[in-house]
Design a binder for this molecule. Structure first.
Ligand code: GLU
Length: 302
């Protein structure tokens, strides 16, 4: 165990459905990184996007984590109960003049250029005020035209120019909900997270989050983005790509496969060992530098 002085990690699933193999890989990586450092591992239910949440999914996720031996510390933080904290952060951003109202609809932005993640780069239509008769729908944060550098423990030194690659981004959505970028920053600080370990689909969200942290005077945790699991068509496993829920049986083999995808294949003598034993062995041998940066193919689950 290479203890670091202060380590608090977290897993932050969205309860839009049960965990699938791709989300297991991310959960296992953040659990191992925390436990290998002698740290705490917290859980946060990201049920911010109410319309996308599935009834019962949060409980299912907790049961799935337990079945894989992924024990968490303390109470689960639930985003749907945190509106006051997000409203306060929004008010702070407003008070420092970082925000402006935006009247653009999705269809008005449909033809705007997109970045390498396929996201619309906001062209700044409402940046200098709403046009006459337009109604404010969402709130955006103004981003600077600078190359922001950041470090990822797996991907190394990276940089992104928010103005060119993202544009002013939404912190309060047209439907009144707080945006993920705002909530994640507020909650990582509230839970005093020191190390974020999550899927590489969120890698290019990191500069937005670091920028919000700087505006709100919050600390920046260290970041590591673990390989995404993709299906045979090269798509990320997700609810949208119809990734199946983790099966109720064969956990030991599934976990061994997840550990191999993270560059830590368990030794042959642990074949068939209980999840808790596999995790304990891997925590003792965990080296983040062995985690590959590239995506892993999902082989059919046993
Ligand atoms: N809730 C997000 C997801 O399930 C993860 C957020 C994060 O780890 O920052 O994709």
């Amino acid at each position: 165990m290479n203890s670091v002085p202060y380590y608090v990690g977290r897993f932050a699933p969205s309860p839009s459905g049960p965990l699938h193999y791709g989300s297991l890989v991310a959960a296992v990586a953040s659990w191992l990184d925390a436990r290998a450092a002698g740290g705490r591992w917290l859980l946060r239910m990201e049920d911010l996007d109410r319309p996308r949440c599935e009834p019962g999914a949060a409980d299912t996720i907790l049961r799935q984590l337990e079945a894989y031996g992924l024990a968490w510390d303390g109470a689960v933080l639930v985003q749907s109960q945190r509106d006051d904290a997000y409203a306060e952060a929004l008010a702070t951003l407003q008070a420092i003049g970082a925000l402006y109202p935006c009247a653009c609809t999705r269809s008005q932005l449909a033809l705007a250029p997109r970045n390498h993640e396929g996201e619309i780069i906001y062209p700044g239509t409402c940046r200098n005020g709403l046009s006459a008769g337009a109604t404010a729908r969402a709130w955006r944060v103004r981003v600077p035209d600078v190359n922001a550098r950041f470090h990822d423990r797996i991907h190394g030194e990276l940089q992104q120019n928010l103005a060119y690659e993202v544009g002013d981004f939404i912190v309060r959505r047209a439907d009144g909900l707080f945006a993920y970028q705002l909530a994640v920053v507020v909650d990582d600080a509230f839970q005093r997270i020191s190390h974020v370990v999550r899927g590489a689909d969120l890698l290019w969200n990191t500069p937005r989050q670091i920028y919000l942290q700087s505006l709100l005077g919050l600390p920046t945790p260290s970041y590591a983005h673990v390989p995404l699991v993709i299906n045979a068509a090269g798509q990320k496993l997700s609810k949208q790509t119809l990734a199946p829920a983790l099966p109720e049986t064969g956990r030991s083999a599934i976990l061994a496969q997840a550990l191999a995808a993270l560059g830590h294949p368990p030794p042959a003598e642990l074949t068939g060992a209980e999840p808790a034993e596999l995790l304990a062995w891997t925590a003792a041998h965990w080296k983040i530098e062995n985690v590959p940066a590239r995506s892993a193919f999902a082989t059919p689950l046993p």
